[in-house]
Design a protein around this ligand. Structure first.
Ligand code: NAP
Length: 342
């Protein structure tokens, strides 16, 4: 366990905002997690838990304790049907785990390559990309309940995975420290290539000739070509969720904006938030020391010395312009951390 007072969080949030936490503690053992959570709650101190810090925006200095999750370890059980149950400690790096899975022939997570952050963050917003979601492969999640201080395991159904959503963003919000995630991965590889960017790369190949490593490599190349590397340009990936609206509402919008893209799921249509933002003129535009990324307007960036309030102002300006133009309310995907609230 490492302990710091008045520590800059610049290296602990992918926006690279230079905010300060009163206290920062790096945890690498489950018993440290339990004892620190007990100590902090006994003293009624605000605290916030970070993995990779890749989905957070600190709105100011944080007047509490930041717990950094560095729990490590991977264990594997082969199921009678040949599939694998893999329990991964929550502080493992997500993409390193996806690479380990591909190398070992544990299949299913390839499309989720290069997503920043830790394994423990994956169930919270049910991370997804290129038509695949972590929740499709999660068998169970084990967490420390911050109120009862009990260790609880939820099976997949109880996690109630939805589109970038789970029980951890709903009833359990703010009540858990995820300790480990168990995945059920497949011994047989089946490529999922229904997204155009990925499909185009494999259109001349037979499905049976495609390997998991090739799909992973392609996803990595596509992401690198479209998204800024948070080590170089501070960002937190997609800042907003793609709005899901009623088909009837979408049809009204389509009359006014014939180019508007939409992906239909039953009575609902998912509208790419990046397109809405770009149509308001924000793509690649700079605001003070912030802006949106030229190649993907859904990604807000820190040009290097942005203050938290500049990013808050930017996201509010974007939300207002999208609302004024399309009557659609963008919702943040990134977690905004207020100074007095964990
Ligand atoms: P894109 O190809 O420009 O497409 C824009 C949006 O349209 C995506 O967000 C995606 O929704 C949706 N979409 C595209 N093809 C679709 C299809 N065949 N069926 C249903 N929906 C479709 O997207 P992009 O920005 O390059 O991102 C590619 C993938 O990586 C997406 O899945 C995206 O979610 C994921 N990604 C996630 C983050 C993050 O921080 N969470 C950051 C970057 C990229 P979905 O988002 O529902 O897939």
């Amino acid at each position: 366990m490492l302990h710091y007072l008045k520590k800059s969080l610049k290296d602990y949030n992918s926006f690279q905002l230079d905010v300060t936490a009163d206290e920062l503690i790096i945890l690498s053992e489950v018993n440290e997690v339990i004892s620190e959570v007990k100590r902090l709650t006994a003293h009624k101190r605000n605290f916030v838990i970070l993995g990779g810090g890749s989905n957070v925006l600190f709105s100011a200095d944080y007047n509490g304790t930041v717990l950094i999750n560095r729990l490590k370890g991977v264990s594997v059980i082969t199921e009678p049907d040949g599939d694998f149950l893999i329990t991964v400690s929550s502080g493992e790096d997500w993409d390193a785990f996806v690479q380990t899975a591909v190398e070992n022939g544990w299949y299913g997570l390839e499309n989720l390559s290069l997503i920043p952050g830790t394994v423990g963050a994956s169930p919270i917003q049910n991370i997804g990309a290129y038509g695949q979601e972590a929740g499709n492969f999660i068998h169970s999640v084990t967490y420390l309940d911050l109120l009862s201080k009990e260790i609880i395991t939820l099976n997949k159904e109880s996690c109630r995975f939805g589109y970038r959503n789970s029980i951890f963003k709903q009833e359990l919000k703010g009540r858990f420290f995820i300790i480990s995630v168990t995945f059920r991965l497949q011994k047989r590889f089946t490529p999922v290539l229904n997204y155009a960017d990925l499909a185009n790369r494999f259109k001349r190949k037979e499905t049976s000739d495609i390997s998991a490593q090739e799909v992973r490599n392609s996803v990595i190349e596509i992401r690198r070509s479209k998204l800024p590397d948070p080590k170089e340009i501070g960002n937190a990936g997609s800042f907003f969720k793609n709005p899901e609206i009623r088909l009837s509402e979408f049809n009204v919008l389509k009359e006014k904006f014939p180019e508007i893209p939409g992906f239909i799921k039953g009575d609902w249509v998912k509208v790419p938030a990046g397109w809405l933002i770009q149509e308001t003129g924000w793509r690649g535009k700079r605001y003070k020391n912030t802006g949106t990324y030229q190649k993907q307007a859904l990604v807000l960036i820190n040009y290097g010395s942005a203050a938290p309030e500049e990013l808050i102002e930017l996201k509010n300006l974007i939300k207002k312009d999208v609302l004024d133009k399309f009557s659609l309310e963008l919702e943040e995907e990134v977690n905004i951390i207020e100074p007095d609230f964990g």
